[in-house]
Design a protein around this ligand. Structure first.
Ligand SMILES: Oc1cc(-c2ccc(F)cc2)cc2cncnc12
Ligand SMILES: [Mg+2]
Length: 210
């Protein structure tokens, strides 16, 4: 099981180093201006789940500025692929720069669009059969419909892991109810805090049982 490892990062801030990109964003958002990155505390839990799954294919719903994209991509094995979807073109443009600065472009494919339109097209457009890991971090009302859509489109296989951010704050009650009560998922809550604050939040890890 992915347990919370103490996650200490000592990095020097220079380009091509994903660790320094992560550290720079965390420093800015903690000290200058809050932003809705998954952050360093939940980020360590994300790291441990990514390391445990060691995925060849990853889908991220909600790129934002690319912070979690970099966190995930830096841990991927050489030929692994991360597809990340962002609805807002302005932040997608920023994310492209952040991903490039971390030197991770060849592991990441950033797509602009709406999840409901995009998910049914993934198989034929990106040649992906199923995802080993899905990180849900977009608008909370879409967690449940998009999960059902991924099931219907055959994008999940026995053992696929869904990891959802913000299941407490802002909260995704219908999604939690679904993955916790469905016999098709084995679900576990990782208690943490809303990025850069003391407010409770957490990640829900749900394994699809097929
Ligand atoms: O991590 C997140 C946090 C918040 C958020 C905003 C305002 C607030 F007061 C509390 C929490 C919103 C998000 C939207 N999409 C993805 N991730 C998010
Ligand atoms: Mg979030």
């Amino acid at each position: 099981e992915a347990d919370r490892k103490e996650c200490t990062q000592v990095t020097h801030v220079h380009e091509w180093d994903p660790g320094s990109v992560i550290q720079a964003i965390d420093h800015y958002c903690r000290n200058k201006e809050w932003a809705m990155n998954v952050g360093d505390e939940k980020g360590c839990i994300l790291d441990s789940v990514v390391s445990e799954v060691n995925p060849a294919t990853v889908l991220e719903l909600g790129t934002y500025c690319g912070y979690s994209t970099v966190r995930i991509a830096r841990l991927l094995p050489p030929h692994a692929k991360l597809i990340t979807l962002e609805f807002n073109p302005a932040v997608a443009a920023i994310a492209r720069q952040v991903i490039a600065w971390a030197g991770l472009e060849d592991k990441v494919q950033l797509v602009e669009g709406a999840s409901g339109d995009f998910i049914p097209r993934i198989k034929e457009q990106f040649g992906v059969k199923t995802f080993d890991l899905v990180f849900l971090d977009h608008w909370k009302e879409y967690y449940l419909p998009d999960t059902k859509l991924m099931e219907e489109c055959g994008l999940l296989r026995k053992g696929s892991v869904l990891l959802a951010d913000n299941v407490v704050c802002p909260g995704a009650p219908d999604y939690l109810e679904y993955v916790r009560s469905s016999p098709r998922y084995e679900s576990r809550y990782f208690k943490s805090h809303l990025e850069y604050t003391k407010v409770e939040d957490g990640l829900e890890k749900s394994v699809f049982l097929g």
